[in-house]
Design a protein around this ligand. Structure first.
Ligand code: F6R
Ligand code: ZN
Length: 183
């Protein structure tokens, strides 16, 4: 493949020249929030966008790197902040790097009985070691959380595992801030 570059358009919160754009709406997040009834209500009323992903395709072969921009909207479901679905990599030997560009968030990480919650603010560069499940949460009431990720092209995604072994912590509103609760 040919070398290429993309531009992060910070004002519009997109990666220009993307080849793949995904939008996860409230209707795509069935079973991910604690209060499923509240999620259904929002789905019927407005079906808001929870997060967007802009990705560049590369060959899914050893040595290549995938990269993307994720933008999580501000919002909550019955007080539980908007977040990504979260996943493990199918290939447990694949790590990942997240670089926060904008907003205010938390990165939830877990591996078996180990849990880590990292602050995720602009300029934070988080290293997600191989084998750790990862989910990002936008804890701002007004701003999007925007971050850039880079990971091996052969990682794959395991979303089912996060259903069988759900994230142990949830991030909910607490007055003007947030608190961490056990799920
Ligand atoms: C890729 C990765 C991120 C996420 C993205 C959306 O390995 O971790 O690029 O894919 O932030 O989150 P999910 O995939 O959990 O819907
Ligand atoms: Zn990942």
């Amino acid at each position: 493949m040919e070398p290429f570059s993309t531009i992060y358009d910070s004002e519009n919160e997109i990666l220009t020249n993307y080849t793949l754009h995904e939008e996860k709406k409230i209707s795509d997040m069935k079973g991910y929030f604690i209060n499923e009834e509240a999620r259904e209500k929002i789905e019927k009323e407005e079906n808001k966008v929870v997060y967007k992903v802009y990705k560049q395709d590369v060959p899914l072969i050893e040595g290549e790197l995938l990269h993307c921009l994720t933008c999580i909207q501000p919002g909550n479901v019955d007080g539980q902040f908007f977040m990504t679905k979260g996943h493990y990599h199918l290939n447990e030997k694949c790590a990942e790097i997240y670089h926060c560009l904008k907003g205010d968030g938390l990165l939830l990480l877990q591996k078996e009985d180990q849990i880590k919650i990292l602050e995720f603010k602009p300029n934070a560069i988080a290293y997600i070691p191989a084998g750790w499940g990862h989910r990002t949460v936008n804890i701002s009431f007004t701003k999007s959380l925007v971050f850039f990720s880079v990971w091996p092209a052969q990682s794959g995604y395991d979303y089912e595992r996060t259903m069988k072994e759900p994230f142990q912590s949830s991030i909910v509103k607490d007055k003007e801030s947030y608190k961490i609760i056990r799920r």
